[in-house]
Write a protein that binds this ligand. Structure first.
Ligand SMILES: [Zn+2]
Length: 389
């Protein structure tokens, strides 16, 4: 009797421990820049890499089931449009497709929530595509359809540089620029196709134009709350409420600059101090402009880790809590920005640490059902809603 009871109680405990809950959930990360590493640094994502934040080995350890790869066109290097920008996007898409084709035992190229669920039940990682910045559509509506056909399932109209048709939160012109008529037609075309509209990086004016134009749930793939960390990249409470009203989801970014109050000012000060070091690294790098940028980013990452205050996963959960208190648990998710940032939190430093997020959520009183929604369930719902009339 005693023995049986003990076994039963052990089973219950192991079924409900944070790791078991974490691995049961389908975890969907809405944003990582890893595919640029595949192109520019030729990293092999099948190996456990010594640097960076994501590869297949660490993704498996971290219980990640689906990764949206950011197809990011850096305008300073590849232009705000034109053949070079289009090629940069196409090369990244090809690299993700190749990854899935070469390693079908690990990856499954996915475009729907059903694909993601299937990959999770097969023990594979779903690889999905999101276009960061609308530069690659080259101001042509037909290119939205072209990217949809290539498998792209979200697009943010602008990254840190405004386009002619959408303002960015990252430059001066964005302060007064929303969507023009072409921008609105892009949003309508995305709605028609079932491509999610991403408000991360857009200006406030563009945000409001998007939520007022879109007929489908709108998402922020990697943003946080301005009420906690007052940076232009984050969303105000009014924006979070409006986005939730569309049925959408704010996917909280893990980057210290966007989640920790005051971190951005400290970073700016440090950036000024290390500018000579950064320039030196750039000058010493014999490669092309892309490799010079990598060299600069490596120095920044080293210096930030050494000289900026550490931030923990608890701060990420502060943002999740804030959104839940504002609009409920159905409108929050995760968007790490792994491999796109030069700093991470101390205890969620790579995808392998993802269970620490679940631990912190459970500590704060979230139920398994809540955790399942936050880790990916909410985004699966939004993906399903895109193709409904
Ligand atoms: Zn970004």
């Amino acid at each position: 009797m005693t023995q049986t009871n003990q076994v039963a109680s052990n089973t219950t405990e192991s079924n409900n421990d944070p790791l078991a809950i974490h691995y049961r959930a389908i975890a969907v990360d809405m944003h990582a820049d890893t595919v640029q590493r595949v192109l520019d640094e030729h990293v092999d994502l099948q190996q456990e890499l010594k640097d960076g934040h994501l590869d297949a080995v660490r993704a498996k350890a971290g219980g990640l089931d689906a990764q949206f790869f950011s197809i990011w066109v850096e305008p300073q290097l590849f232009g705000l449009g034109g053949a070079k920008a289009v090629k940069r996007a196409d090369d990244q898409i090809e690299a993700v497709r190749e990854l899935a084709e070469r390693h079908p035992e690990t990856w499954k190229l996915a475009t729907t929530a059903a694909d993601v669920r299937q990959a999770a039940s097969d023990g594979k990682i779903a690889a999905l595509l999101g276009l960061e910045g609308g530069y690659a559509i080259d101001e042509k509506l037909e290119n939205v359809d072209r990217y949809y056909q290539l498998g792209v399932r979200y697009m943010s109209p602008a990254w840190s540089v405004s386009t002619s048709w959408a303002g960015s939160s990252g430059d001066d012109v964005g302060a007064t620029r929303g969507l023009n008529d072409f921008g609105k037609s892009v949003v309508r075309e995305m709605n028609r196709l079932g491509m999610m509209v991403d408000v991360s990086h857009v200006s406030d004016k563009t945000f409001w134009d998007i939520v007022n134009t879109s007929t489908k749930p709108v998402v922020a793939t990697h943003s946080a709350c301005r009420a906690i960390a007052d940076v232009p990249r984050n969303l105000t409470d009014d924006m979070i409420v409006a986005l939730a009203k569309t049925g959408g989801v704010v996917n909280v970014i893990f980057y210290p600059e966007h989640i920790e109050p005051g971190w951005t000012q400290k970073k700016k000060k440090l950036d000024a101090e290390i500018a000579p070091l950064v320039q030196q690294a750039s000058a010493n790098e014999p490669g092309d402009a892309v490799h010079k940028k990598l060299a600069r980013d490596r120095v920044r990452a080293e210096q930030y880790a050494k000289r900026l205050p550490p931030v923990t996963v608890a701060r990420i959960v502060d943002h999740i809590d804030h959104i839940v208190k504002l609009v409920g648990v159905d409108h929050v998710g995760i968007g790490s920005d792994f491999d796109g940032v030069q700093a991470t939190t101390a205890d969620l430093a790579t995808v392998a640490d993802l269970p620490n997020l679940t631990r912190e959520l459970l500590t704060r009183g979230y139920s398994e059902s809540d955790v399942t929604k936050i880790l990916g369930g909410n985004m699966l719902r939004v993906m399903e809603a895109q193709n409904r009339p």
